[in-house]
Structures are given as C-alpha cells and as structure tokens.
Design a binder for this molecule. Structure first.
Ligand SMILES: Nc1ncnc2c1ncn2[C@@H]1O[C@H](COP(=O)(O)OP(=O)(O)OP(=O)(O)O)[C@@H](O)[C@H]1O
Length: 803
C-alpha cells in the first residue's frame, strides 16, 4: 500500500471524526430540550386536561384531551430516546468509526461507491451520503461474502449485482489508524490473526469486523422457522448467535424489541460471559435464561429439583449405585419422543378413567372429597376434552365453595371467633368496615339482594338492625378470609393430584402399556419404576422427569404459552432432549428458533444429534421450514491444539483449524500426585510470566475440582478461585472448574488436572474430555500421575510434547 493511500485514508478518518464530533455537539442540546419538554408535559399533564364526566360530550372531550396529551408525551419521549440512541452510536463510532471498506460498482451505474462499514450508520449533514454504513445494512454483506471481483447482495427490492474493485480492512483504535490491509481473500486473515492472537477475556467480544462468510449466512438468515447450526468447538456458534440477535433487532427495529428474544444458556455464569456483546453493539440485551430456571419457576415450590449438573455428576460418578444401569436407561427414555407420545396417550386414557384428585379440606374436615370431584369429572360428556373438563370441574368447585362458605357462616367456630373479638378489636373491625365504604356498601347491597332472593326480607322492608347486620357482615368476612386460600388453590388446580398422576405411570409394564397405548417400554422398567416412585415420594424430581412432569401438567391443566416472544436461541443445543425441544416449541408458539450446538460436545445422556437428515430436530418444524448449517473451521484454538484435539473424536478429521500457530500441547506424566501439584504450580507461574491472565485448571467432576483446588492451594498457588455451579459471574484469573461448567467459555491456557486412564476411559467421558481440551486458546497442558487416558494414547506422538 503506498504512502499516498495511507495519507488519504488518514485524512478521511480525520474528516469523519470531525463530523462525528460536531454531530455529537449538535445533538446534546436537542437531547436536553426534548428531555425537558417531556418532563414538562408530564408535570403539567393534568393542568392541560379538564376532567369533566358529567355528560357524554364532556366525557368524550376529556377522553380526547387525555389522549392528545399522552400522544404528545410519548412522541417527545420517543424522539428523545431516538436521539439518545443516535448520540450513543456516534460516541461509539468516534474511537473507531469503521473497520472495513468495499468499493463497489453496481451494474448499469457509472460511479463506484466507497462503502465504509462500522458498528452503526453515520450520514453526512445532507442526510443522503453515508460516511459509514451499519454492518447490518444489505450493502455491507458484500464485505463479508465476497473477495474482490463480481459480487452481489440482496435487498428488499431484489438482488444487486456488480463488481467489487477493492476490499480493505482497518484497525482504528482511540481514533488513530493503526493498520490497514487490502485483502483478496473473503476477509483478510491478517485482522483475524490479530484478533484471535489476543488474550481471553471475562466477557465475550463482538466479532463484527471479522465475521466469516459461513457465519454471515447464519446471522442474516431470515427465512426459516428453525435454524440448526452444528459447529466444531470454537467455530463461532455463540458469536454468530449474538450477532444474529443484533442483526434481527436492526432489521426489524420497527416491530421487534430485545425482550421478545430469549437466549437459553447452559448455566448462569455463561449468561454473564455473553452479556456485554449486544450493549457493545449499541443494542439492548435479549432476555437470558437457563432451562433450569424455567423449571424452577414452575416446579420449584412443589419439588426439590435435581439440576442437570447434579445429574451429570451422578452419571460420571454413580457407577457403583445399584440402580445405575436402570437410571441410564430411564434418562434416555424420558428424554425421547416416544415418552412424549406415551404421555399424550396417557392423557387420552385419562379421559376415560384413572384421574386422580385431592380432597378439599378445611380445618381438618373434608369439604369436597376426591371421590366427589372424580365423580363430577366423569359425569361430564365423554367427548369433552380433558383440559376442558378440568376447567368445568374448576368452575364447579368455585361454585361449591361459595355455597359452602355461606353455610359455614353459621358454624360455631365463627360465632366463637366473633365473641373472641374484644371491644377494641370489634371497634377496629367496625371502623375498618366503614372506612372501606365501597366494600361496605357493596357488601350491604349484596346481603340485601341475597336476602330478598331467599325471601327473608320484603323489598319494601326498610329499617333493620344495624348491630345484627354488622355482626353478619363480620362473620361473612371472617369466613371469607379463611376460604381465600381454598379458592386460590382451586384456581391453581391444586385439586388435581399431579404427583399421583405422574406416579401412576410407573406401575407395572402391562399397566403402562395400557395407560399410554405405547408398545415400547424401556429395558429395566421395573427398576425404573422403583427409583422414580421413590424419588417422587420424597417430593423430589430427577432432572429427566422435570420436563415430562411439566408437560403432563399442561396436558391436564391446559398449555401455558408465551405469545410475546418472537425468537428463541438455544446455545449448547446438543444438551437438550427432543422432549425439551417439543416443549419449547409449544411454550413459544409464535417464536422462530435458532439452535446452535456441537454433537461432539454432547456430554449429557439425553443429548440430541442436531445435524444431518437423520436429525430428529429437523422434524420439529419439518424440512421445508428448517435450514441447517455446518461450521467446520475452528477459530478459538491454535492450529497445534486443534490438531491434537481432532483425533480425540471419531470424525474429528473434518475440523479445519484456523492458521494460527502456537506451542504444541504438553503432556506431563508424573510419578505421584504430590509431584503433579508441584509441576502445575510451576507451570501456572510460568504461564503468568508469559503474560497469560486467564488460566483454567479443569477437572472432570465437582469433587475433582474441590480436590484439585485444595491441593493446589496447599501447594502454594495464590489467588486460585474454585468455580461451582452456583458461581454467578465469570471472571478472569486462575480458576479451578469442572469440565461441564467450562462449556461455551474459553481461556488463554487450560491445564487438564488429571488426564489419566482412571479419570477418562469410558466412552461417555470422551466428549467431556474433548470439551475440556477445546477450551484452550493458546496453551494446553495435560497431567497424569498414572497411565494416560486411552483417548490420548490414540493420538499421534508428533502432535504433542512430552515434559
Ligand atoms: N469471525 C470471527 N472473528 C473473530 N473471532 C471469532 C470469529 N468467530 C469466532 N471467533 C472467536 O472464536 C472463539 C470461539 O467462538 P465461540 O465461543 O462463538 O465458539 P463456539 O462455536 O460457540 O464454541 P464452543 O462450541 O466451543 O462453545 C471466540 O473467542 C470468538 O471471539
């Protein structure tokens, strides 16, 4: 690149910066004014409105002026918000106004346009010529999709074709042009090299300057109802997901808001890891949650729920337990579509027989027995669907309660309670009654009509005994208060014995077949029945039972849906069962779904294979509405680490490392655990001296982490932090962490605490081991105080160094 070009670019940068600065200066007073105006309107809102409702016309007039005032207020507030956002965007642009440029000559046009691309758009004072284009504009996709030559991009009005004569990347920091590269490749590797060579952070970074073509296709896909992304470890799935959220928010800014997008994360710590990407891009964060959080919300008050981490701990360490094998079959079956089908079949069977109810009790008495409820339930026409019949029963119960409540007023305990009120309390109740005049009047009116209907009082009857009436009113209120929880419970369907209904499924094999109409019953069913019922009897729920339980609850009580949400993103999608996918689809009927995952990192027993024609996930929306993507390039780790981790997996050869070099992984075989601790302590110190600030010691389980933490702390390693499933945020430093919690995140250096045969040998530990190793960006060190795991033994010796 010649000096002249460099100078031209520098000059342009200065011009853009000046214009940005003057726009910011112009905007500031306008923002202040609008804010003041809005505050003023709010303050004087009622002064401008004369409330008069005496006649219909007055009422209309009042209604009209209120509407007018509030429209004005919201218009000012909207303008204010827009300007503040614009101001924020300009400030964000100032230190680095753009990162890319393409020169494009559209077919049929005479002038080549210079398209500069940055994190948001910036137009010149005329409002027509763009000094910077937002990376999400249609024309900006040229930058991501093509090398110089013929190129095209899609617009709402159709495809635009032409020729790209230049593609340039910039590194601008603090307003200074530091580097500039012209590229002939899709996106020059230089910038990506620099970005990836940097250190790991406690928070994920946006990748807008270096989005790769295959990632861009995911980010901009706006056609399919379901996007499935299968991508190797470190291939940028999470990154693509977050930029996709920003893209959708931009493209549909008139009708889509951040709270209509939900991201399901693998754990709360991951939430904090990704939470800064969108704000960095000038967008609000989408809603973030975990599936467990949802389960806790609906079931947490009824059960002690096992979470997926306890479940995986059991899978990894519970081999000695008697029911281990049965539980493994159980986990698999309860995650399957077959079980979902079985539950549907069960709900049909319940329409004929087998419903279970809970008696409604009051003060140790049965008010309405379960048998009565059951009889009522089956007295309705058999053609009425289960949930509708439940609603009818609910209505009937509320009526019954109203009747019983009236009857209860004459009960002795009410009289006693009345007597029990001493003078002061009585007076207080009395004055409260009168204070709440509205309630009192209403209650009076109600009582009067009630009595008339019951022929106790003639319509013309005037005077009545106030004292008596007040006493009656008081007793009514006492009973009402006591009946309140009963009514609330009925409204919350607690008259249905959900626990009993779910337990009932786990009876004999023959009964199960009959109730569910399912031909297939999993192996070891009797054992599955025993341990499941045992758990339920303690008001506890296994993780694999939680979603099915909730699903059955909805089949009986009616489906809860959220129609607000338009997009859901599921990260680490391989860890969700088909059962859970079906559930999510029902829960968010108006949402499109983006599922990102890696079947090679499927560490849970209920995993779902995402990709390929055989993927059960494709059936969720059908092939027509589904787009599948395969990401094979891995960006996180150095070539040496990727080459080492590839042979750990069957089919791993397909993974392509990004060309960034580093040291080969190091295998340190040590004679004793004590020596291992010494070696790790020395290695951590050396890594720190080399400038690495994010270092993770990864072990297989939580117990393993605690053991490693204690040994290393005793061995003199300072400022260690033990990460558990309850750790809320992700921070830089030296962490000790179980592999399953390190999912989705990354570190400068990873130290595998125990890579011995003893630790990793079963087939279901292969993916866990792979997941742990692929967290490393720059350095990977593995330790063993015994024989190496067979997964490493299969790796060519040229791919690692021995200590
Ligand atoms: N186009 C890109 N430009 C710059 N960095 C990228 C790009 N794509 C991915 N990366 C970087 O690669 C690393 C891995 O990305 P990310 O975490 O999104 O991958 P992933 O596929 O979700 O990984 P895993 O499955 O292992 O959790 C991150 O540091 C991310 O910033």
């Amino acid at each position: 690149m010649n000096l002249n070009e460099w100078q031209q670019e520098q000059q342009r940068l200065e011009i853009v910066k000046e214009k940005l600065k003057s726009t910011i200066v112009d905007l500031e007073p306008k923002i202040g004014q609008l804010k003041d105006q809005a505050a003023d309107i709010r303050k004087r809102f009622w002064e401008e409105v004369t409330v008069n409702t005496s006649t219909d016309e007055d009422f209309e007039e009042t209604f009209f002026t209120i509407n007018q005032q509030s429209a004005m207020l919201s218009e000012r507030e909207r303008s204010h918000r827009r300007l503040v956002q614009q101001w924020g965007n300009m400030n964000r642009l100032l230190p680095s106004p753009y990162f890319g440029r393409v020169d494009f000559l559209e077919d049929g046009q005479g002038i080549t346009e210079q398209v500069y691309i940055g994190v948001s758009s910036f137009a010149d004072a005329d409002g027509l010529s763009f000094l910077v284009y937002d990376w999400r504009t249609p024309i900006a996709s040229l930058y991501y999709d093509y090398p110089p030559g013929t190129a095209a991009y899609e617009t709402p009005g159709g495809r635009i074709t032409g020729t790209m004569s230049l593609k340039r990347q910039y590194q601008i920091r603090g307003g200074h042009l530091q580097h500039m590269f012209d590229s002939s490749l899709t996106i020059g590797d230089e910038l990506l090299q620099q970005v990836l060579g940097g250190g790991a952070d406690a928070q994920m970074k946006s990748i807008v300057a270096t989005i790769q073509k295959e990632q861009n296709a995911i980010i901009r896909n706006d056609k399919s109802k379901l996007l499935i992304v299968q991508g190797a470890a470190g291939s940028g799935k999470t990154s693509a997901a977050l930029q996709r959220v920003a893209y959708l928010l931009y493209k549909h800014r008139e009708r889509l808001t951040a709270d209509q997008i939900v991201l399901f994360s693998p754990n709360p710590m991951f939430n904090s890891y990704v939470s800064t990407v969108l704000p960095e891009l000038g967008e609000e964060n989408m809603q973030q949650t975990t599936f467990q959080e949802y389960l806790e919300y609906w079931l947490g008050s009824t059960f002690r729920l096992e979470d997926p981490f306890d479940q995986i701990e059991y899978v990894l360490t519970g081999q000695q337990a008697q029911e281990y094998k049965a539980r493994m079959h159980g986990i698999q079956y309860k995650a399957s579509e077959a079980y979902l089908q079985a539950l549907r079949g069960y709900s049909v069977w319940l329409e004929q027989e087998g419903m279970k109810f809970v008696s409604i009790r009051f003060q140790d008495r049965v008010l309405i027995s379960d048998e009565q409820i059951k009889a009522k339930f089956y007295s309705y026409d058999a053609s009425i669907r289960l949930t509708n019949r439940v609603t009818l029963v609910q209505k009937w119960l509320l009526q019954e309660l109203a009747r019983l409540e009236r009857k209860e007023q004459e009960a002795d305990w009410v009289q006693e309670e009345l007597n029990y009120l001493d003078g002061e309390q009585y007076a207080e109740a009395f004055s409260m009654l009168h204070k709440d005049q509205g309630v009192f009047d209403f209650a009076e009116k109600y009582a009067r009509i009630d009595e008339m209907l019951r022929n106790k009082r003639r319509p013309d009857e005037g005077d009545f005994d106030f004292a008596e009436r007040e006493e009656e009113l008081l007793s009514r209120m006492i009973v009402k208060e006591q009946f309140k929880p009963l009514r609330r419970n009925v409204k919350q369907f607690s008259f249905i014995d959900m626990l009993g209904l779910y337990s009932q499924l786990f009876s004999s094999e023959a009964a199960y077949r009959e109730m569910t109409d399912e031909a297939e019953v999993p192996e070891l069913w009797p054992e599955i029945c025993v341990y499941t019922k045992d758990k339920l009897s303690r008001n506890e729920l296994f993780y694999e039972d939680a979603t099915p339980y909730l699903y059955l609850k909805e089949l009986v009580e009616g489906t809860r849906t959220n129609t607000q949400v338009r997009h859901i993103f599921v990260d680490e999608g391989q860890d969700y069962s088909m059962f859970q996918y079906e559930f999510l689809k029902r829960l968010f009927p108006r949402a499109r779904m983006t599922v990102l995952g890696d079947f090679s990192q499927a560490i849970f027993t209920q995993a779902t294979n995402l990709h390929g024609t055989g993927s059960p996930l494709v059936r969720l929306f059908g092939e027509e509405d589904t787009s599948q993507f395969l990401l094979v390039r891995s960006y996180r780790s150095t070539r040496e680490i990727v080459e080492f981790t590839k042979p750990l997996l069957p089919g791993g050869e397909a993974i392509v490392p990004f060309e960034r070099s580093g040291r080969k992984p190091i295998l340190a075989g040590l004679e004793t655990s004590g020596r291992r601790v010494e070696q790790i302590a020395a290695d951590i110190a050396a890594l720190q001296a080399e400038g690495y600030t994010s270092i993770a010691v990864i072990s297989k389980t939580a117990a393993g982490s605690t053991e490693a933490y204690e040994a290393l702390a005793a061995g003199g390693v300072k400022e260690l932090r033990l990460i558990t499933k309850n750790t809320p945020t992700f921070e830089k430093g030296i962490l000790v962490i179980p592999a399953y919690l390190a999912k989705g995140v990354e570190f400068d250096a990873v130290l595998i605490y125990d890579a011995s045969l003893q630790s990793y040998h079963r087939e279901n530990e292969r993916k866990l081991f792979y997941t742990a190793c692929t967290r490393a960006m720059h350095r990977l060190l593995l330790y063993s105080a015994g024989e190496w795991t067979p997964f490493i033994q299969a790796v060519d010796t040229s791919l690692y160094e021995l200590l």
